[in-house]
Design a binder for this molecule. Structure first.
Ligand code: PLP
Length: 386
């Protein structure tokens, strides 16, 4: 059976060129970057070249990039670092939204319950973006941090971060931006967002898993987050994962080189999928992603079916597609065996049963029109109009 992978927002296939770039740092150049001999120096030079390359693509300074183990770790470190700086000071208020990734939601909840910070959740617009005016009008003289994602991982909805960061900065408020999904999809130049801190996760752009970067602009209060050695400008102790860093840099280089081509192809596939779904299911299909192209990532489309107009088993939809060799994400967060509907779709006002049957398609470099046709054909088998 031919398998179709339509879940690149979860993770991507590691690019062959990335694997090639990593191998020398596993086979021959396996030195520890902190060692002073030639093995160590080779690793160190590669690591700093990798940092420079990533920084130049992201439009930030290399000195402001710290390698971490993933987007989740970067988010934890940024939010906790900023919050700890404000502990015991007058400002105690954080603004975020209910559609953030759990890495942000759980960290802000931890900061609230453990240290007493106050958290405001902004209401998202249809499609998951946050209105800049609403974000800035929630800022008070007690606010020290606004944490909002650039693009939503479930719907692809894009928030106008630049307006919010500029407004936050004028009010003396730090702005953290989760750019895990947007980097390489609708933006490369993270510096242009004007946020205090942002993040790149390699496995979302055909790099290896377990490696990412935290960008913290000069003056952003990020403190040492892993105690041990003096690595990563004394912020994160521990021997660096040099093979992963080499792969990360290659993935960023390729994402930049292929940006125009990839994003144009994804946009075309996304439009094709929307049209084919509308042709097959008419108004029984409901799109949870923003309708306007410029308000959505080019590679993500989230949709569900109107229970009044279509017959399907919402708990089985993803499994039935999987049995046909098609991998997509669903509208449930499977935590400890319980099927809970996605917190993002619930925040967008989708009812629980419909949300459980939601489908998130996210395109990667390999996908073609044939994959779109394969998915729609499978859905025609599984979902019946009333
Ligand atoms: N933020 C967003 C928006 C994501 O989509 C993800 C991963 O799905 C993360 C953060 C976490 O990134 P990582 O998997 O690198 O820890």
């Amino acid at each position: 059976m031919e398998r179709i992978y339509l879940d690149s927002a979860s993770t991507t296939r590691t690019d062959d060129e990335v694997i090639e770039a990593m191998l020398p740092f596993l086979r021959e150049n396996y030195g520890n970057p902190s060692s002073i001999h030639s093995f160590g120096k080779t690793a160190k030079v590669m690591m700093e070249d990798a940092r420079d390359l990533i920084a130049s693509v992201a439009g930030v300074s290399s000195k402001q990039l710290v390698f971490t183990s993933g987007g989740t770790e970067s988010i934890n470190n940024a939010l906790k670092g900023i919050a700890y700086h404000y502990l015991g000071k007058e400002k105690d208020h954080i603004i975020t939204s209910p559609v953030e990734h759990s890495a942000v939601l759980e960290t802000t909840e931890y900061l609230r319950s453990k240290f007493g910070f106050r958290v405001t959740y902004l209401k998202p617009r249809q499609g998951g973006a946050i209105d800049p005016e609403e974000a800035l009008s929630a800022v008070t003289d007690k606010t020290f941090l606004v944490s909002l994602m650039h693009a939503n991982n479930e719907t692809g909805g894009v928030t106008d971060i630049r307006s919010i960061s500029e407004g936050a900065s004028l009010r003396g408020v730090e702005m953290f931006t989760d750019t895990v999904q947007s980097f390489g999809k609708n933006i490369l130049d993270l510096g242009s967002l004007r946020s205090s801190a942002a993040v790149i996760s390699a496995h979302k752009i055909r790099g290896p898993k377990g490696i990412a970067a935290l960008y913290a602009r000069k003056g952003t209060p990020v403190e040492k987050f892993i105690h041990g050695g003096k690595q990563e400008r004394d912020l994160r102790g521990g021997t660096e994962n040099i093979a992963a860093i080499a792969g990360f840099a290659k993935a960023v280089e390729l994402a930049a080189k292929r940006f125009e081509e990839d994003t144009a192809r994804w946009r075309a596939l996304r439009t094709m999928l929307m049209l084919e779904l509308e042709t097959a299911f008419g108004d029984a299909v409901i799109f949870n992603s923003p309708a306007e192209k410029d308000q959505s990532l080019p590679n993500i489309l989230n949709f569900c079916f109107d229970k009044g107009k279509a017959v399907y088993d919402e708990e089985m939809l993803i499994i039935m597609l999987d049995l046909r060799g098609i991998a997509v994400s669903g509208g449930s967060a499977c935590t400890s065996g319980s099927h809970k509907p996605s917190h993002v779709l619930i925040a967008l006002g989708v009812d629980e049963r419909t949300a459980l049957g939601a489908i998130r398609v996210s395109f990667g470099r390999e996908n073609t029109a044939k994959d779109v046709a394969g998915l729609v054909d499978a859905l025609k088998d599984i979902v019946k109009l009333r």
